[in-house]
Design a binder for this molecule. Sequence first.
Ligand code: HDE
Length: 486
Amino acid sequence: MSKETNPLRTATGAPVGDNQNSMTAGSRGPTLIQDIHLLEKLAHFNRERVPERVVHAKGAGAHGYFKVTNDMSEYTKAKLFNGLGKRTPLFVRFSTVAGELGSADTVRDPRGFAVKFYTEEGNYDLVGNNTPIFFIRDAIKFPDFIHTQKRDPRTHLKNPNAVWDFWSLSPESLHQVTYLMGDRGIPATYRHMNGYGSHTFKWVNAKGEAVWVKYHFKTEQTVKNMASDVAAKIAGENPDYHTEDLFNAIEKGDFPAWKLYVQIMPLEDADSYRFDPFDVTKVWSHKDYPLIEVGRMVLNRNPENYFAEVEQATFSPGTLVPGIEPSPDKMLQGRLFAYSDAHRYRVGANHNLLPINRPRVEVNNYQRDGAMRLDNNGGGSVYYEPNSYGGPQEVPEHRQTPFTVSGNAGQTAYDQEDHYTQPGDLYRLMSEEERTRLVENIVAAMKPVERDDIKFRQIQHFYKADPEYGERVAKGLNLPIPQEVK
Ligand code: HDE
């Protein structure tokens, strides 16, 4: 293409005369402020970075589609899950949790598994992880938990004392800690891990009947993990190993796929189930609520531009469609606020207007203005409601389904404190080799902890889950089993 047909232009459209030399007073004189092209280039360059995600900063994304293989209209009116063969485009972002934007992919950390379905009823975001559970079960503890995963304010280093002090004082974390320190704590690639919605959600069908639901994305690539020593080596040699693997696989047509299943619990079971079904540190037994196939997700297109599509993507558990509603899970409830708040801060008030986030349906509402309003801002259409000018109207059939609440309003803890049965079950499910690696990983992570009282407190939790679990960690740390638990 010749210079004439493809001229270099400034951001305001003017053709650039010279992109090699600043304008100076004489060949050796000072640079002139009227070199507008120079000023624009340097000023824009200073503003290329947007704030990274406060968690899940390092990630990789891909486009694809979801196809229904088992019609779910009996349980939900959400159109993306209705009708055999129904196809919905989507965008997925995988991520680590604690590391910064430039950190290594192959760290021991949960992985984000965020799916944005561009449905005919607006976007639906399923913002999960590669683990079915989480460390805590009340949103109010999340900032403190993440502080322990990030850098110590004084040393700017990761601080194992903080990590294990918090976990040993939060016994509800034991299940996820066992999962994280086990083989699945470092996936071989983003393609070889499962994804989970983790929380309980509510599905509502066209008759207004509701059930509780949990999502499971099972990788068709089979679950493969990475040993700690291999992961540490790769983290040094190629910090973008998982990012590169996903991009190259899709580039060469080796499209990764996942089967989506749900567990379905009748509404009334929630009050009598042996674990609180809204406690995200617990799983539902697959014997009680077996997996039901829903469909298949395939990732078959790489982003054209990382910043435009991956860095600017904004997912939220509050991005829902008719037929899918929140449960009273206290973590989920907190997330309903936090994500859009994070997006407004990180990307801007009009982040939903960006191409990667824009719904694939015509959006008419009365929201106006705000920074970077990329569309025509509603043009001359009516800008308030109710109105007599035919503006967009509410659709009563899509109100959230009413539900009964009981008891006093107040800051109340969950009333179930069994934090040991499920981690103990997980430990006992492991093979001898898996247990050995689990204990080795925990001992290596706990060795640098300065205070023995923190170590003893944590060993007590392992022991209560399973005496052998506690004994093997204590032995690895050359510490006795605390008398209190014997
Ligand atoms: Fe997140 N989380 N989270 N989280 N989370 C964010 O949103 C938050 C939690 C997850 O690829 C943030 O855009 C709170 C559980 C993923 O862009 C933020 C709580 C699960 C991603 C945020 C949790 C997740 C995020 C950071 C406790 C799995 C990346 C920047 C109540 C079920 C999505 C941002 C992407 C990102 C808040 C806990 C998954 C700060 C308050 C549990 C996959 O809004």
